[in-house]
Design a protein around this ligand. Structure first.
Ligand SMILES: O=C(O)[C@@H](CO)OP(=O)(O)O
Length: 252
């Protein structure tokens, strides 16, 4: 894999002409990231560290001269609050924001809320790695009567019941993210808008898999860090020309 958290694949300067721009940010550390619990669609908030990471992302983007015309986020508060802090630090509170359940974290099914280390001790590291990082193996599904389902959550009132997951593989998350990419995000980028997406580890892995055509095997090794802007420069057909993480080091 070619991923790392420093600047990579910077093309010659002339290639920057006529490129489209997209920035992806995984939310800052959440309370359940901190407690090492499977989260998925459970709506936990940011920790103080997570807030600081979101603010840092906004400051770095501003210092590096970025601006945005429109932002997309999920309907989960860790991604929304991350966006708020980025907007605040960039003085961009006024830009339109689209909230979509299609950008939610991958649904963790019956693992939602469990401790990751305890689950690994029970089922083995190999099984837990498959549930966490494989492309097409979903974790065990929630029972439809489980109180952790999202069926009665008002934020999904307009989502048909059959589209509300009881578990999801990364492949399922790609499948549900692509409609908003194709119908709204891609057209906005191609209309010349500078787009910011704040989302989740696995909904961003889903977008990266699609954009970079990462193989089903290589996607297992891809982790997205909390609160670090992932910058994409795209060609006319939205194929990546370059992509890199914007860190304090790479911003200078
Ligand atoms: O718990 C989750 O929903 C995700 C992201 O925090 O965890 P994982 O790293 O296992 O994909």
């Amino acid at each position: 894999m070619i991923w790392r958290t420093t600047a990579v694949h910077r093309p010659p300067y002339y290639l920057y002409i006529y490129m489209y721009q997209l920035v992806l940010i995984r939310h800052g550390q959440s309370t359940w990231n901190n407690e090492n619990r499977f989260t998925g669609w459970i709506d936990v908030d940011l920790t103080h560290k997570g807030i600081a990471e979101a603010q840092q992302a906004g400051m770095l983007l501003k210092q590096a001269g970025y601006t945005f015309d429109v932002a997309y986020t999920s309907v989960l508060k860790r991604a929304i609050r991350t966006l708020w802090h980025v907007q605040d630090k960039m003085d961009l509170m006024y830009i339109p924001v689209v909230h979509s359940w299609r950008l939610n974290e991958r649904h963790y099914g019956a693992l939602s809320g469990l401790n990751k280390a305890e689950t690994a001790a029970k089922y083995g590291n190999e099984q837990v790695l498959i549930w966490r990082r494989s492309y097409d193996t979903p974790p065990p599904a929630l029972n439809p009567s489980d109180p952790r389902t999202s069926y009665y959550d008002a934020r999904y009132a307009d989502v048909p019941r059959e589209l509300i997951p009881l578990t999801e593989s990364l492949k399922d998350a790609v499948g549900r993210a692509l409609p908003i990419w194709n119908k709204s995000i891609a057209p906005a980028i191609q209309a010349g808008r500078s787009v910011l997406i704040t989302a989740h580890g696995n909904s961003i892995r889903a977008l990266v898999k699609y954009l970079n055509e990462v193989s089903d095997t290589d996607i297992v090794g891809l982790n997205i860090p909390n609160g670090v802007p992932l910058i994409y420069k795209l060609d006319e057909s939205l194929k990546p020309i370059t992509y890199y993480y914007l860190t304090a080091e790479s911003a200078h």
